[in-house]
Design a protein around this ligand. Structure first.
Ligand code: SF4
Length: 229
């Protein structure tokens, strides 16, 4: 996965720069729909340096994703991030995090105490059965309020066999109630799971048109729509 595009500018809605860095690899690795954790390499520090060197500070907001959780980034990568965000006058940083590592958010906020830190949760769905028994997400909590407590934003996934229109609508409504912003990702086939095309067709024709202009929702109809990956 060393040939991935690792820097981009998102020019719609919440305008920001985004980098796809490499960490030590997702600690969890159990999600049934994901093979992103294969994005690891010995050249990690150079890859991260190169992606971060593209950051211009254009919008003052930088989203940092790493095919896992922020706590899998190395101390050296954090040093480079720090230098770049001070140099480029970034004011807001968005990191992603699995629910299991939420206790580590406090340390991240301390490390970047001069910046506004937003944490994006890989939630995928509020539907417990779909999320835990099918997606194997590892969030053993049912209450939306408790799940959202430590997080500002969340990712949701569309295109899993068994996912219904009502589940997706419920996810969008609860997502907008409990998070500042949400990102709705349409599943792409990968080495672990094939997307359910009927679910995706239903989403694209019956749900997406009603929400596509909502400023608080990013839609990734293809997983490279942010320009990285
Ligand atoms: S979705 Fe995230 S937490 Fe789950 S296996 Fe993939 S990288 Fe790890």
């Amino acid at each position: 996965m060393s040939d991935l595009v690792r820097y981009s500018v998102i020019e719609t809605k919440n305008k920001r720069e985004i980098v796809l860095l490499q960490g030590l690899g997702c600690r969890y690795k159990n999600c049934s729909f994901c093979d992103y954790y294969l994005d690891v390499s010995d050249d990690m520090e150079n890859i991260n340096l190169s992606a971060l060197s593209c950051v211009s500070g254009k919008y003052g907001i930088l989203e940092i994703i790493n095919s896992g959780s922020f706590c899998e980034l190395t101390p050296s990568t954090f040093e480079v991030i720090k230098k770049v965000v001070y140099d480029k006058k970034i004011h807001t940083l968005i990191f992603e995090c699995h629910y299991l590592y939420r206790d580590e958010i406090v340390n991240l906020k301390e490390l970047f105490r001069d910046f506004k830190i937003k944490i994006k949760l890989g939630l995928e769905s509020f539907d417990y059965n779909l999320r835990e028994n099918v997606m194997k997400k590892g969030i053993k909590e049912d209450s939306p309020q408790i799940i959202a407590k430590d997080f500002d934003e969340a990712n949701f996934l569309i295109g899993i066999k068994g996912q219904t229109k009502q589940m997706i609508l419920n996810d969008i409504l609860l997502g907008l109630r409990y998070f500042d912003r949400i990102c709705v990702n349409v599943m792409c086939d990968n080495s672990k799971l094939k997307a359910d095309l009927d679910v995706i067709r239903m989403f694209c024709s019956e749900i997406y048109p009603n929400y596509k202009d909502n400023e608080r929702i990013d839609f990734l109809l293809d997983n490279t729509d942010f320009g990285v990956g």
